[in-house]
Structure formats: C-alpha cells, structure tokens
Design a protein around this ligand. Structure first.
Ligand SMILES: Cc1cc2nc3c(=O)[nH]c(=O)nc-3n(C[C@H](O)[C@H](O)[C@H](O)COP(=O)(O)OP(=O)(O)OC[C@H]3O[C@@H](n4cnc5c(N)ncnc54)[C@H](O)[C@@H]3O)c2cc1C
Length: 291
C-alpha cells in the first residue's frame, strides 16, 4: 500500500526507521524489535540505505523480509549519489517486482575517507534527479518521500536556498517528506511557516531521535547540523557516565517534544529507533492518548 494513501486515512501517523543489520545476530535483534513495535500499529516503517550503495543487498533483503513476514507497510530508502542511472532503474524495477511501493528518494552524503572517489558519469548529483527518474520511468506506481531539513541542510548557505531546492523535489513529484532530527521544535514551526509561504503543501513528518546515548547522538547531531539546546546539553553532561539517567532524560525530553508537536497539529511522528524498541515504546506509551 502507498504511504501517501495511508496518510490520508489516518488521523496521526507514527512510523519507525531501522537500519539494515550487519550480522545474523543483529538481524535477529532487529526482528525482535519489529515484533515489539508492530502492535503499535505504525502507518509504516522504513529501512535506511548505506551511502554509495554500500548496503544495497542488505537494505533490499530486510525490506523484502519485513514486507513478506509482517503486516507492516515498508518504505525503502534509496540514495542516488554514486549509482549509475541503470543501477537505479534496476533497483527500482526489483522493488516493483517484489511489491514494494514506497521509496524515500535521497542524494546521500558525499563519501569521506574514500580515496579517489569518482562519480559515475551519469550519476545523479541531487535527490531531485532521483525523484524525476522514478516519476519518468514508473509513473505513479511508487509513493515517493524526500528529506527535509528544519535547520537547513549543512551544505546549504541558508535556509531559504535549501527550501528553494526542497520545492524542486516537491514539484518533481514527491508525495511527502520526513525531516532530519531536531531537538528544538521552533526550528520545525518556522520551517513549516516558510514552506507554506512557498505554497508547499505536502505532509512533512518530523523525525524524532530520542537521546539514549549522549556521545553517539551528539556526534550524529553535529554531522547533520541539528542543534541540541544548551539546557539539555547541560543536563545530559551532568549524568554522562550514567547511561540509565541519560536515557531517562532523553525519553522525557522526546516525550515533551512529541506532545508539543502533536498539539501543534503535526500529521505524524517518525522515530529513529536505531533498531531498539525500548525508548520508542516508552515515548509511545506517554503520548498514545494524543494519537
Ligand atoms: C529522513 C532522512 C532519511 C535519511 N536516510 C538516509 C539513508 O538511508 N542513507 C543515507 O546515506 N543518508 C540518509 N539521509 C541523509 C541524506 O542522504 C543527507 O542529508 C544528504 O547529504 C542529502 O540528501 P538529500 O536527499 O536531502 O539531498 P538533496 O535534496 O539533493 O540536497 C542536498 C544539498 O544540495 C542542495 N541542492 C539540492 N538541489 C540542488 C541543485 N540543483 N543545485 C545546487 N544545490 C542543490 C540542497 O539545498 C542541500 O544542501 C537521510 C536524511 C533524512 C532527513
């Protein structure tokens, strides 16, 4: 089923993001997580894609397994940077053949620490080109999602420029967007105001990253340009060596963030689960009366 249709049917959507595990043990762990989260009846789940195609088969196999072995609607992330156009077409054709109808169309990050990295001549350079390839070759078969950045993409000179290119992805046929993680809802509300002024009307679902491991999330946030409010940093630094305390503060913070977003009328919440169910389950239990 296409997520664009499901979003029209549900009042509030919740969704979960997973990454493709590297080992058999990690895969068992992921499917245990999925088993624990499935009863929450998410609108969809998604599976990330390694930059440059590094998880091409693993992403595809996990997407297929979720599609075949659970009742969940699944979306495959696909990054285009580094793939030839033919490779992209093959990947999409394969997803169509196994019944997958939802693609998160991304550019991916330019690989660092890769010596002599060269793009194939016909590689897409921006996500908008991938959205166009999907629409030109598969019409409306796929529901296409794209990424949005409430604080602006780190490579963008300013938020206005980033929104200018975000609009191009929407005009090329994106059905909805999921945001990069953010920890201060003001960025999201200001972003929504700006895109509404640009007459961008697709659903934009906030991406929620519960902080369960401060060092790890601080590193992610730095890489993607997400600001962690000073007050929250101070609270977390004070308990940095006490993982249970960090998790408690992270869950409390994400709960407040989600309640505020729901009260502001968001269409849904997309949880970055890091393949674990615990934090997401606790937040869900805290907010379920609002869903
Ligand atoms: C919800 C979500 C899921 C993600 N999942 C993954 C994943 O599974 N795997 C992964 O590797 N990464 C993932 N990412 C990270 C993403 O790949 C990076 O943020 C990447 O750097 C940008 O991808 P994009 O699709 O937003 O690119 P684009 O939309 O192409 O934008 C990239 C940059 O280029 C600029 N730009 C766009 N078009 C043009 C143009 N025509 N001319 C000049 N500048 C332009 C934009 O303003 C922006 O600064 C995800 C991000 C989000 C928010």
């Amino acid at each position: 089923m296409k997520i664009s249709q499901l979003l029209k049917q549900v009042n509030k959507s919740i969704s979960f993001e997973f990454f493709p595990p590297k080992s058999k043990e990690a895969e068992i762990q992921l499917f245990n997580t999925i088993k624990e989260l499935e009863p929450l009846n998410p609108t969809f789940v998604s599976v990330t894609y390694g930059a440059g195609g590094s998880t091409r088969d693993r992403t595809r196999n996990i997407v297929k397994k979720i599609h075949e072995e659970t009742n969940l609607t699944v979306m495959a992330h696909l990054t285009c940077l580094g793939h030839t156009k033919q490779e992209i077409l093959d990947i999409l054709e394969d997803y169509k053949n196994i019944g997958i109808q939802n693609i998160l169309a991304l550019r991916g990050d330019v690989p660092v620490n890769v010596e002599n990295f060269e793009l194939p001549e016909d590689s897409c350079k921006f996500a908008v080109e991938l959205v166009k390839i999907i629409r030109e070759n598969f019409g409306n078969y796929f529901c296409v999602a794209v990424a949005a950045y409430p604080e602006g993409h780190p490579e963008s000179p300013n938020i206005e420029r980033d929104i200018f290119y975000f609009k191009k992805k929407v005009e090329a046929g994106a059905d909805f967007a999921i945001t990069q993680m953010f920890f201060d809802n003001t960025f999201f509300y200001e972003f929504m105001e700006k895109i509404q002024k640009e007459k961008i009307n697709i659903p934009v679902i906030p991406g929620i990253m519960p902080i369960t491991n401060f060092k790890q999330i601080r590193k992610f946030a730095l890489m993607c340009g997400a600001t962690i409010p000073e007050e929250l940093v101070k609270k977390l630094e004070a308990v940095e060596d006490k993982p249970e305390e960090v998790k408690k503060i992270g869950i409390e913070y994400a709960t407040k963030q989600c309640i505020d977003l729901l009260e502001h009328g968001v269409k849904g919440l997309h949880f970055y689960t890091l393949n674990k169910s615990d934090a997401t389950l606790q937040i869900y239990n805290n907010i379920k009366h609002l869903l």
